[in-house]
Ligand binder design. Structure first.
Ligand code: HEM
Length: 531
């Protein structure tokens, strides 16, 4: 054998031995290799099977499109549809899944709602990025530290007595100089029909602009003449809000990004409307800076932030816009449904008028005089009637959050990270479990104690103003405004709804952030005749 042959045969022997040991591992070593992954996978399968999943009682799921077809079919009656499902389900919630878009729950279950709101689930990246073009990262459109910091600053400013005084004065001036003269004209003209929703929205816009910016857009004019066009600012703001909300309602999740990039369709209009709103708001911010440097002191929210000198112009603009979006259509929506409800309840109207008369006689004021903060506080029955009206028709229609991480609801139901979690104040207002068998009735008395004083319900059961750390900032302001309007109007006028079946058929609503009536609320105004 040559040296070469020897080397070759010894290499073959080594390779044979090696391949023998590789091809035939012993059974025990095989078990050792496979056991950990098998155990790991089985553990996770068992855990996921054990997790209680949200049920979708009665809601059909398409194998590929999930619940998208059901959503699209019911998008024009989302409130009624989701409420029917929630009220009929044993756990008072509906789960849903829309592929490529979101998984989530809409709940009316008080224990879920308390858990979610106390934990302060964030608004989430998806929602924040959709609104950021318009609202930047102001209080309403931020999470975490960014939100907390603004929340603390705003609460310092908001609790001051001078801001409250400024609000009461602004509201009383708007009532006395604009709203009442407008209604008197309507009452004195023959067959004049007013859109009450439009009037209330103009009122709310003037007031919230005064409080947020110290600017009066005069959407309701002095002396009660209703001009055809609203202020340019109100029109641009409304357009921007409607268009940005339509991003959320688009069934194709990110199509708005493509349209925005191409600058076409709704996104093109939105860009223009946002530019108008921002341009206008920036002008006001700069003028408030000038007033501040001139030692002129003003009471609106913006001027207070300017005075603290801690914020850049854009941050100031975003804070003020957050107030505008939050306070713009909420009080007007609440009052529109309130006037519609009481138009078929002369008993409620008579009790409100009696209460206003007795508060006036205690305060020594006459009809048409402005109400003080204390006089408004004493109107307990009116407070109850407004609260009851919002129980049945809550102004904020969609209040969604996103679960930051995996979580579990109080009954053990699993919530995945990033799920859309929406609570429905509308469904909660219709739960016999909270309000009793007569929950569908408009019954202001349910809020009054034996002494006639208003008894509040837990904010986690009456969730109209949200609850927990992120609860509404403007609740007290909203009541001041709503009570001022309702008391002044019902003291002097009867508001007759012009609509077939005014008392029975519930008006349709628009699918938006707030509960707006489709087609407005046409009314005729009459002067009240005392019995
Ligand atoms: C009847 C009238 C009102 C109702 C029913 C109402 C309801 C609500 C609800 C449900 C939220 C939570 C919404 C969300 O986070 O997506 C909220 C937040 C807020 N509201 Fe109101 N609101 C009303 C009036 C007002 C008014 C007049 C103002 C301003 C003066 C205001 C200022 C705010 C602010 C600043 C927030 C954001 C709070 C935060 O994120 O920390 N609200 N409101």
């Amino acid at each position: 054998r040559t040296l070469h042959q020897n080397i070759h045969s010894s290499t073959e022997q080594r390779q044979d031995k090696k391949s023998e040991s590789m091809e035939f591992p012993s059974a025990s070593s095989l078990l050792l290799i496979l056991l950990p992954p098998v155990l790991y996978i089985s553990y996770h399968i068992a855990r996921s099977l054990a997790k209680k999943k949200p049920t979708t009682h009665g809601l059909r799921r398409h194998p590929l499109l999930g619940h998208l077809p059901a959503f699209l079919k019911n998008r024009d009656r989302f409130l009624e549809w989701s409420t029917e499902l929630i009220v009929a389900s044993p756990d008072l919630r509906m789960g849903f899944w829309i592929p490529g878009m979101t998984t989530g729950i809409v709940t009316g279950n008080p224990a879920d709602v308390e858990h979610i709101l106390r934990a302060n689930y964030p608004k989430g990246e998806r929602a924040i990025s959709m609104l950021a073009d318009f609202l930047g990262h102001g209080l309403f459109n931020s999470d975490g530290e960014q939100w907390l910091w603004q929340r603390k600053n705003v609460s310092l400013e908001f609790t001051t007595r001078s801001l409250r005084g400024f609000l009461v004065d602004s509201v009383q001036a708007e009532v006395g100089n604009r709203l009442l003269p407008l209604l008197r004209r309507a009452a004195d003209g023959a067959g004049v029909v007013l859109d009450m929703q439009d009037v209330l929205e103009r009122f709310a816009f003037d007031t919230i602009c005064m409080v947020s910016f110290g600017h009066d857009p005069c959407c309701l004019a002095d002396g009660g003449v209703l001009t055809e066009g609203k202020s340019d600012f109100m029109r641009a703001f409304g357009e921007a809000q409607d268009l940005i909300v339509s991003r959320f309602l688009d069934p194709v999740a990110a199509s708005w990004k493509v349209k925005k990039w191409l600058n076409v369709g709704k996104e093109r209009r939105l860009k223009k409307a946002i530019a108008d709103v921002h341009g206008f708001a920036m002008e006001i911010v700069r003028s408030r800076r000038q007033s501040a440097s001139g030692e002129e002191s003003r009471d609106d929210v913006l001027s207070r932030f300017v005075a603290s000198d801690e914020h850049g112009d854009e941050a100031l603009r975003d804070i003020a816009l957050s107030f505008l979006i939050a306070g713009r259509e909420t009080t007007s929506s609440a009052l529109t449904w309130f006037f519609w409800l009481v138009s078929s309840r002369p008993d409620v109207v008579a009790r409100i008028a009696d209460e206003v008369r007795s508060v006036r006689s205690m305060a020594g004021t006459r009809p048409g005089d402005p109400f003080t903060f204390d006089a408004l506080r004493d109107m307990q029955y009116l407070h109850a009637a407004l609260t009851e009206s919002m129980r049945l028709y809550p102004p904020v229609l969609i209040d969604s959050q996103s679960s930051a991480a995996d979580d579990t609801l109080p009954d053990g139901t699993h919530i995945g990270a990033g799920w859309n979690i929406t609570y429905s104040a509308y469904a909660m207002g219709r739960l016999a479990a909270i309000w009793g068998k007569d929950c569908a009735e408009f019954k202001p008395e349910r809020w009054l104690g034996d002494d006639g004083a208003f008894r509040p319900e837990s904010p986690f059961r009456y969730t109209v103003f949200h609850a927990g750390p992120r609860t509404c900032f403007g609740k007290e302001m909203a009541y001041v405004q709503m009570k001022s309007i309702a008391a002044s109007v019902l003291e002097e006028f009867a508001v007759d709804v012009v609509r077939k079946n005014a008392g029975s058929g519930v008006p349709e609503h628009v699918l938006s952030v707030t509960l707006r009536m489709k087609g407005g609320l046409p009314v005729q105004i009459r002067r009240r005749v005392e019995a």
